[in-house]
Design a protein around this ligand. Structure first.
Ligand code: GAL
Length: 400
């Protein structure tokens, strides 16, 4: 089941872009070291949606270790929507029959050297219609902490109905204020648990969340509506991140949604595009496939350590589009630059694309390494022309 009231948010998306959060003076980011680099891990939603079970999550944790993903940096194992049951007489949230014992599941995940994530909503109901945290924020945060939760995705969902109760024509800022207040409230509840919990805001980017996300304690915030496992959706979301660079940095990241790599709706070239673009964007890398059935092609894409190193670079600069048609560049902490040449054209053709080194700030000879071929291309002068498959990418690291 999905929540269908999002068009309502369009009203708010057009409201003031620069509202400063006045509601959350104590809601400082839970600390930059929690998400010093973009969080990496796995989330149940893209593949399992509401069918996910305790056994699936344990299998994902097992596979994160056996596949080498954990050692490549994928740490969080996140249960998305549909784990929730009702509250008891004391108001404590319980998990449903698919998840018999959340504490035991958290312990299992931790025993593998991984961290445990969960999902809720500031509204009375989640997007799947399960129990949300409305008016139970501190109680839920305490429960999560007692289960060993290390990551919370907090999804606006039915809180939109609460916001709707306030007529925007009477006070256009009211809904924005309420939304920020709701996110701030859960952040304070998480801080009160004294457990470090990465806080992931999910409200589809409305009201320019990147402008106030850090002030309500967000370590990352979704910038768009949901990704789908097809090239059009992925490319639209990924390439539309241009312009948001200045809002990302250590402790607080733009989140263009989770990875679809390995889910079957795109070609390997197109999945390499998602991995490369997300790395250039310093985006969180949350795999969304069935890790227990991961194949070698998927593994080689998700565990390309040279591409992961671009994503996880400690300077935390989000890369930007530098020129036609889709050439993107991210400066790295050692002075080198990651450059991705995307073949974004929609016909079936492989295209020769040319990078002029001066366009990414180099004059004179440069060293170039191809991060998907894992190959040094030697010292090059002026420019590099390479044929890029349709929907695919060539990703380079360049230094002098
Ligand atoms: C959506 C969210 C998805 C997923 C889903 C669960 O709102 O964007 O990523 O969490 O809810 O119901």
């Amino acid at each position: 089941m999905r929540f269908h009231s999002r068009p309502f948010l369009a009203v708010y998306a057009s409201l003031a872009m620069t509202l400063i959060c006045q509601l959350c003076p104590t809601a400082k980011a839970q600390s930059a070291e929690l998400a010093a680099t973009p969080p990496m891990g796995w989330n149940s939603w893209n593949h399992f949606a509401e069918k996910v079970t305790d056994a699936d999550v344990r299998a994902a944790a097992d596979a994160m270790v056996s596949s080498g993903m954990r050692d490549a940096g994928y740490i969080y194992v996140n249960v998305d929507d549909s784990w929730e049951a009702q509250r008891d007489a004391q108001g404590n949230i319980h998990s449903n029959s698919k998840f018999p014992d959340m504490k035991a599941l958290g312990d299992y995940v931790h025993s593998k050297g991984l961290k445990f994530g969960i999902y809720s909503s500031p509204g009375p109901k989640t997007c799947g219609g399960y129990e949300g945290s409305y008016r139970h924020e501190q109680q839920d945060a305490n429960t999560y902490a007692s289960w060993g939760v290390d990551f919370l995705k907090y999804d606006l969902c039915s809180y939109m109905d609460i916001m709707k109760l306030h007529d925007p024509s009477q006070d256009p800022h009211q809904a924005q204020v309420m939304m920020q207040e709701a996110y701030s409230k859960m952040h304070e509840a998480l801080v009160n648990t004294h457990r470090p919990i990465v806080y992931s805001l999910c409200q589809y980017g409305v009201d320019s969340v990147w402008e106030w996300g850090p002030q309500v304690g967000g370590n990352m915030w979704r910038t768009t509506d949901d990704i789908r496992d097809n090239y059009g959706s992925m490319a639209l979301i990924g390439f539309s991140q241009a312009g948001l660079e200045k809002f990302a940095g250590p402790g607080h990241w733009n989140d263009p949604d989770m990875l679809e790599i390995g889910n079957g709706g795109m070609t390997a070239d197109q999945y390499r595009t998602q991995m490369s673009l997300w790395a250039i964007l310093s985006a969180p890398l949350l795999a969304g496939n069935d890790l227990s059935k991961i194949d070698d092609t998927t593994k080689n894409i998700l565990i390309n350590k040279e591409v992961i190193a671009v994503d996880q670079d400690k300077r935390g600069i989000q890369g930007s589009r530098i020129g036609p048609p889709q050439i993107w560049m991210k400066p790295l902490s050692d002075g080198s630059k990651a450059v991705a040449l995307f073949n974004f054209v929609t016909d079936d053709e492989a295209e020769p694309l040319t990078l002029k080194f001066k366009d990414v700030g180099f004059s004179g000879p440069v060293h170039v390494r191809d991060l998907w071929a894992h190959k040094d291309l030697g010292v090059l002068y002026d420019s590099y022309t390479v044929t890029v498959p349709q929907g695919g990418v060539v990703m380079l690291r360049i230094w002098q």
